[in-house]
Write a protein that binds this ligand. Structure first.
Ligand code: FES
Length: 157
């Protein structure tokens, strides 16, 4: 953004008040507009960086007794937040818990039977991880779930 007033300094020897204001007001206004626009741009732009790769290949989340149907649990998959959901139909689903909008940690809400992001109200389907409402632009990254001797094991899909 260029403004000819910003490029024209006052002649040596000083400016009149009117010349000063003709130069200063558009410059200050332009700077203020940029400062106001940046947070709005940041809010509307999805996080373009991919989430960090976890070096962990599998994690034992707990026992099947600890996760009845219709419940969910957040856990760490290496250094990455993750989420497991035991849906009412009796199946287990695990996902990265990093919201695809701006990276907040999502959680399972049993009252709504949805995965929910508290930051901006994003909602995901608990069976597929698909983004179903709010600002998230894409589904959650799925993880693989195995149940071995009542232990729930989550690994990379
Ligand atoms: S970070 Fe915005 S909806 Fe999750």
């Amino acid at each position: 953004m260029t403004d000819e007033h910003c490029e024209k300094p006052c002649a040596k020897g000083g400016c009149s008040r009117a010349e000063f204001l003709r130069t200063a007001v558009p410059c200050v206004g332009g700077a203020w507009a940029l400062m106001a626009a940046y947070p709005i741009y940041s809010y509307l732009t999805p996080n373009s960086s991919d989430e960090p790769e976890s070096k962990v290949s599998s994690v034992t989340v707990g026992s099947t007794k600890d996760l009845p149907p219709g419940s969910g649990k957040n856990f760490k998959f290496g250094s990455t937040p993750a989420l497991i959901v035991h849906t009412k139909d009796g199946t287990y689903h695990a996902f990265s818990a990093v919201c695809t909008h701006l990276g907040c940690t999502v959680q399972f809400r049993p009252d709504k039977d949805q995965i929910w992001c508290a930051c901006h109200g994003g909602c995901y389907d608990p069976s597929s991880g698909k983004n179903i409402a709010g600002p998230p632009p894409k589904p959650l990254t799925a993880l693989k779930v195995d149940v071995v001797d009542d232990k729930i094991i989550v690994s990379k899909a």
